[in-house]
Design a protein around this ligand. Structure first.
Ligand code: ADP
Ligand code: MG
Length: 681
């Protein structure tokens, strides 16, 4: 009797080679297989008759082969096999392209199920290359059929067959949800859920199955995050002493906003509390989160603690270094930068200073968590633009100190309900106020017929001494990486040669070496280049106050929150700024989505809108690293269910904080997080 952890090779039809391709989909065991959920479904239930088939729609129908198949070779490399299939109501012409063996496969008088798109006319219905199965032995037709995400060497048919085997083999799935919770929330049994998520007899049953699986996933996720947090909350650290921040405030060229001060006060009170701080500082682009980190860095240093400040890219790390080092120096603190580009000698020197406690603030990228980096007394860890880091990476960094305080900063406005799930392990400070004097960025949503006018507008801005970003068509996940490079470089070349021969055009894309990227950014920041063509690598954090135009090509390819981030790259100085979104997409929903950008500048409203229009998948995606992979929830889930799962988890943890009364569940969530830790290595 196989169990969920039984190797996938146990199933008939899976040998070494297949096992290897299945591994690419993350499927190694029977359990992995069953948790490989369909992307969508096709209704392949049988239509009552051929005459009921609607031209233009997909349908499955039983019909009898009524003519001997003919094979014709139209030209080199193209063959056709044709025959007629009938039932009592009418006829259906079947054609197979380039499948000459079909001629031998079908015989007059045999009945089959044919599934495909109905073409032709009402009088002459046709199907090309249909899915065909013997009547009575149908696995792929006659029901609602799952459609799985695929990889090379794995077909729908294979997955469907394996799935049926897997479900039959693992007939008794362990029920991991506590029974009272299952009942209280009207959730079906686990067996039913797995059966019906893969092979739902009806949409209603699919909904019941999905409800349970989504609930379960979010429930365990929330419980895991809360457990982690409560464990951290039990750790004792030496409380910081309340230090007066007046000299920090005096050193700033501006007055902090009320929201900034509140966030700083939250952090100070955490650090004085005697347990490690785990705080998320969330604020819209340009709300001044860096200063909150700077204040707490100062506070930590005055308490004899070092700070590590980790940014997701070298560009950002460098920018923070340039911005913060002078301020820190003025306050008597020593700052250093450590990235993958730091030379061996400089690095060695830096590390010895760090170990000796001669550096108060170390800025950098992932390099900060490399093994050979040791701190004398790491007390505060700041991660910027958190959605690029995961729980585990933060944990890796915090292991460098003895339970340092953690401050996480994110500019992605996450709707409150989701934030509680995604950041369930953190306390939240919200910076809901922008520094005074920020100008509204005028946003336009136009079609590509405006290109000429836009180019002359760019020229005018540059003539006035300003600069512009042009964000290029993003590359779809499955398109080749080459394309990303090509589209950015080609567009840059086009602009340089055809449109702006007299201006200097630069470009950056994600595949450039860190040094090249930094050089391109420095050229733009220093005004050497006028226009920067880029992919979304500039999405987060980049700060060039002289840039006043953000032009986004193919804007429909971006989520609203992403566009909001891009727009946040301009309007950072004293000059009037503009954001131009270009799209020829005619889909009304897409147009509605893009129009939101022209109507509001409020990041939270934009995020809510994104959530409403696109579902929570994007938000889960942003935090994919270090969190258990979301399988059911990003398929589709609604907000009420999300809240229900979360409330249930919180309630349970309130009654049983360490999950000591629920050992199976404790083990389950621990395993969930352990598994996601492995994927980081
Ligand atoms: P973000 O929250 O997007 O990280 P930053 O910390 O980069 O924002 O701040 C954006 C800009 O605003 C920076 O140039 C910073 O110096 C400036 N700034 C921050 N706080 C204030 C303030 N209270 N008043 C005026 N300018 C500020
Ligand atoms: Mg920032």
């Amino acid at each position: 009797m196989p169990k969920l952890d039984t190797d996938i090779r146990y199933l008939a039809g899976v040998g070494e080679a297949r096992a290897k391709t299945l591994r690419k989909l993350g499927i190694e065991t029977v359990g992995d297989l069953l948790s490989y959920f369909p992307r969508t479904y096709e209704d392949r239930k049988l239509s009552p008759s051929i005459s009921s088939l609607i031209v233009g729609e997909n349908a499955a129908v039983v019909a009898m082969v009524a003519s001997t198949p003919t094979l014709s070779r139209i030209r080199k490399g193209l063959s056709l096999v044709k025959f007629r299939a009938v039932d009592q109501s009418g006829a259906l012409e079947i054609t197979f392209f380039n499948r000459p063996y079909a001629k031998e496969q079908f015989h007059r008088g045999e009945s089959y199920v044919f599934y495909g798109k109905v073409e032709g006319t009402l009088l002459r219905r046709q199907m090309n290359n249909p899915v065909v199965e013997k009547e009575g032995a149908a696995q792929l037709t006659g029901s609602i059929v799952p459609v799985y995400p695929l990889t090379a060497g794995v077909t729908q048919t294979l997955l469907i067959k394996l799935m049926r085997q897997g479900l039959a083999a693992a007939s008794e799935l362990p029920e991991e949800l506590p029974d009272d919770i299952r009942q209280k929330h009207n959730l079906c049994y686990v067996n039913y859920a797995y059966e019906n998520i893969h092979f739902p007899p009806s949409p209603e049953e699919l909904a019941i199955a999905r409800r349970r699986l989504v609930f379960e996933e979010l429930f365990f996720l929330t419980a895991g995050l809360r457990l982690w947090r409560s464990q951290r909350a039990r750790i004792a650290v030496t409380p910081c002493e309340a230090i007066d921040l007046a000299s920090f405030y005096d050193a700033l060229p501006f007055t902090l906003t009320g929201a900034q001060r509140r966030a700083i006060a939250d952090g100070v009170s955490d650090m004085c509390a005697g347990t490690p701080m785990s705080r998320l500082c969330q604020g819209d682009v340009g709300s001044g989160k860096t200063m909150v980190a700077a204040a707490l860095t100062y506070f930590a240093a005055k308490n004899g603690l070092q700070t590590a400040f980790m940014a997701p890219t070298e560009v950002l790390a460098e920018q923070h270094y340039k911005g913060l080092a002078p301020l820190m120096e003025q306050l008597g603190l020593r700052t250093a930068l450590l990235t993958g580009s730091t030379g061996t000698k400089a690095r060695r020197e830096l590390l010895s200073q760090l170990a000796a406690g001669e550096i108060d603030l170390l800025l950098g990228t992932h390099a900060l968590i490399s093994e050979d980096v040791t701190y004398q007394k790491l007390g505060l860890v700041v991660t910027d633009e958190q959605h690029r880091f995961g729980v585990r990476q933060r944990a890796a960094l915090s292991e460098k100190g003895v339970h340092p305080h953690m401050l996480v900063m994110s500019a992605t406005p996450i709707p409150r309900t989701l934030a509680l799930i995604l950041y369930g392990d953190l306390d939240v400070s919200l910076i809901d106020e922008l520094p005074p004097g920020r100008q509204k960025i005028d946003t336009f949503f136009l079609h590509t017929g405006y290109h000429e006018r836009i180019y002359s507008f760019l020229r005018k801005q540059v003539a006035e001494g300003r600069q512009a970003y042009v964000v290029c068509p993003m590359v779809e996940e499955n398109e080749e990486i080459e394309d990303e490079r090509k589209s950015v470089m080609e567009y840059a070349r086009f602009l340089q040669e055809e449109i702006f021969p007299d201006l200097r055009i630069g470009y950056v894309h994600g595949r450039m070496k860190a040094k090249e990227k930094a050089a391109a950014m420095a050229d733009f920041a220093g005004g050497v280049t006028h226009i920067l063509v880029s992919t979304t690598v500039i999405e987060v954090g980049v700060d060039v106050p002289n840039a006043t135009v953000m032009l986004v090509e193919n804007a429909e390819r971006f989520g609203l929150s992403q566009l909001h981030q891009l727009r946040g790259r301009v309007g950072r100085g004293k000059h009037k700024s503009y954001c131009i979104l270009l799209s020829d997409n005619r889909n009304p929903e897409t147009r509605e989505r893009l129009k939101v950008m022209t109507e509001t500048a409020d990041g939270f409203r934009i995020a809510e809108e994104d959530l409403r229009l696109r579902g929570p998948g994007d938000f889960f995606g942003q935090r994919q690293h270090g969190l258990p992979a979301m399988r059911a929830a990003d398929l589709s889930c609604d907000m009420p269910l999300l809240q229900e799962a979360q409330t249930a988890a919180e309630e349970l943890l309130r009654q049983d904080p360490g999950l000591l009364l629920h050992p199976a569940m404790r083990e389950k969530v621990t395993r969930l997080f352990a598994a996601s830790a492995e994927t980081l290595n």
